[in-house]
Design a protein around this ligand. Structure first.
Ligand code: 5GP
Length: 191
């Protein structure tokens, strides 16, 4: 997605060889027009797949998840980051390491909003090691729903997440792939 690539070049700042700051675009400020374009692109790629629900994780996946769900005409469900240690029999929970915060968080999704009838599209902002996505995959599998695919705004291809999830047999569609962040340069993979 050329428009997105340009905005990453203009507004992304490299924090290290592994981490890109995208606060101006994805993680703090959101551009509604650009976000709706992303939603249209994901919806176009999965339109024929009979998606019944879009699922994401709070908070950075919500805007693009919303745009995608709006375009597909289905609900968006966002997994919450759990703040209580009390077990909830009405929710699916998974423990997920957080790439940027260096801590472990528990994510939860109410059983009311995901069922074995669902055909799910998982949307997220960035994939690095794939821990957030793998946590969500476990939740979706436990619900009996079918995971049709993953839509990722930015895939950091030099980290293993997207590759291992593809190797598990899932369809992963990324709008932009980054090959490296070394030497202070963002190098894109052509897709
Ligand atoms: P993963 O679970 O795939 O290792 O990391 C995914 C989550 O960590 C993303 O949802 C994103 O919020 C955050 N993340 C991973 N890499 C980066 C990065 O380079 N920049 C920013 N801003 N967030 C990242």
């Amino acid at each position: 997605m050329e428009l997105l690539k340009q905005r990453i070049i203009e507004e992304g700042t490299i924090l290290s060889d592994q981490v890109l700051n995208l606060d101006g675009l994805l993680n703090h400020q959101v551009d509604p027009q650009l976000t709706m374009e992303m939603g249209k692109e994901f919806a176009a790629r999965f339109r024929e797949s009979g998606i019944t629900r879009v699922v994401t994780v709070e908070s950075s996946g919500i805007a693009v998840g919303f745009a995608t769900a709006y375009e597909l005409g289905v609900p968006l469900v966002f997994a919450r980051r759990k703040k209580t240690l009390l077990a909830d029999p009405d929710a699916y929970c998974e423990r997920v390491p957080s790439f940027t915060k260096g801590i472990v968080t528990d994510i939860m999704l109410s059983k009311r909003y995901l069922s074995s009838e669902d055909r799910v599209l998982f949307i997220d902002d960035i994939i690095a090691n794939g821990d957030a996505a793998k946590g969500l995959i476990k939740i979706i599998e436990r619900s009996g729903a079918e995971l049709i695919g993953l839509g990722i705004v930015i895939e950091k291809s030099f980290q293993a997440g997207a590759r291992t999830i593809r190797e598990q047999g899932f369809r992963v569609e990324s709008l932009v792939k980054i090959a490296s962040l070394t030497d202070g340069t963002i190098t894109f993979l052509e897709i």
